[in-house]
Design a protein around this ligand. Structure first.
Ligand code: KG4
Ligand code: ZN
Length: 367
């Protein structure tokens, strides 16, 4: 630990990569002080999916009231902040820019460092917010709406990609299948809810790449198989519930089998699950049961931090401060960028720790 990390530092975290505005205050000495979230579900529901421009505008509207709220709950003010962390990517460019501009401007005004945080890094470190904390090294299954990856995590900033989906992310497959079954947005929780009313085993849905020799996955064929079965069946409520249950079972089997194979391949005994699909109860049930047979420990973030939130952003920044110290650079004002596409392994080379406008952090549009 270095000098800056041995004193109590307060980090403001801002998440605005997609359809949730999340804000949190995290103390490096005492942990999470307060967090607040606004979900845009209602805003996008009538369009059946996220409308990027509406998402950006709503982040603009929500950010300041949410920040005021966390200050009030934590009994802190702007002058108590030692660093401001915001999601720099990956995500929707316009939505990211709202959090980035706000974070950088505030950091510049308060003369404190601004830290651009990788959204997936924040997800995969979020199980460390739970107690007992998983210990490094562990394997992380990242299952969100945009990503499905298996990572070996050796420590903060030490990530090795072991396998990933070759097409749709698991959350995306949940969302698209839910839409097909006539369920609302967001599809994942709605489909999981419908699946509780159905009985799996009736439809013969494939388990794509289940027996491939690698740790890669594929979910787009599964969604097409659901479409084929849906066209053939009577489309009654019971048919839909059974199809939902079978779909959930197929995704679960692939995710569980690949995750446990990844843990074995690393000779590890600890798996952490992060990202929105990690909230799925059936996935947790099967994973916990099968992992226990192999004496593999499984950790999840607290349920409220499975999906996007500000706490994981502030927390990831706090872990980076603990590992590397507080960045010296204050917010840069007008010079900053977002990274709508950003490879998590790029963090390993250390280029992105300061969030400086180096080649590694230049906006996607500049390259
Ligand atoms: O991590 P997240 O909040 O946002 C991204 O970074 O993508 O994940 C959102 C994804 C969506 O695809 C949503 O449908 C899915 O997570 N999801 C679920 C459940 N809750 C959220 N999928 C299956 N079962 C759930 N209970
Ligand atoms: Zn996410």
């Amino acid at each position: 630990m270095n000098a800056s990390s041995s004193r109590d530092l307060t980090v403001l975290g801002i998440e605005s990569s997609c359809d949730e505005t999340g804000v949190a205050l995290y103390s490096t000495a005492t942990g999470l002080l307060a967090h607040a979230l606004h979900s845009q579900v209602e805003l996008h529901a009538r369009y059946g999916g996220v409308v990027p421009e509406l998402a950006s505008r709503d982040h603009v509207r929500r950010l300041l009231p949410l920040i005021r709220k966390v200050f009030s709950v934590a009994k802190r003010s702007f002058s108590d902040i030692d660093a401001i962390a915001y999601t720099q990517g990956p995500g929707l460019a316009g939505a990211l820019l709202v959090g980035a501009s706000f974070g950088e401007a505030l950091a510049y005004a308060m003369a404190v460092p601004a830290m651009g945080i990788h959204h997936l890094e924040a997800h995969l470190l979020s199980p460390l917010l739970s107690s007992p904390k998983p210990k490094f090294p562990f394997v992380a299954l990242l299952v969100s709406g945009g990503h499905t990856q298996l990572m070996r995590v050796g420590g903060v900033g030490k990530y090795t990609l072991l396998g990933e989906t070759l097409d749709d992310a698991a959350g995306e497959a949940f969302d698209k299948t839910a839409k097909l079954l006539g369920l609302g947005y967001p599809g994942g929780p709605a489909l999981a809810q419908l699946a509780t009313k159905g009985t799996p085993g009736r439809f013969r849905l494939p388990r794509p790449m289940l027996h491939s020799a690698d740790l890669d996955m594929s979910f787009s064929g599964l969604k097409t198989a659901v479409l084929t079965e849906f066209r053939k069946c009577g489309k009654s409520s019971a048919d839909k519930a059974d199809l939902a249950a079978d779909f959930q079972e197929a995704v679960t089997e692939v995710l569980v089998t690949k995750s446990l194979a990844a843990v074995r391949s690393c000779k590890a005994n600890q798996l952490v699950v992060a990202g929105g699909v990690g909230a799925n109860q059936r996935l947790r049930e099967v994973l916990n049961r099968r992992a226990a047979l192999e004496r593999i420990k499984v950790s999840y973030p607290p349920l409220e931090f499975c999906t996007d939130n500000g706490a994981m952003i502030a927390f990831a920044a706090a872990l980076r401060i603990e590992a590397h110290g507080l960045p010296a650079r204050p917010g840069t004002g007008p010079v900053f960028g977002v990274r709508p596409r950003w490879d998590l392994e790029a963090l390993n080379c250390g280029l992105d720790r300061t969030g400086s406008a180096s080649a590694a952090t230049r906006p996607e549009s500049d390259r």
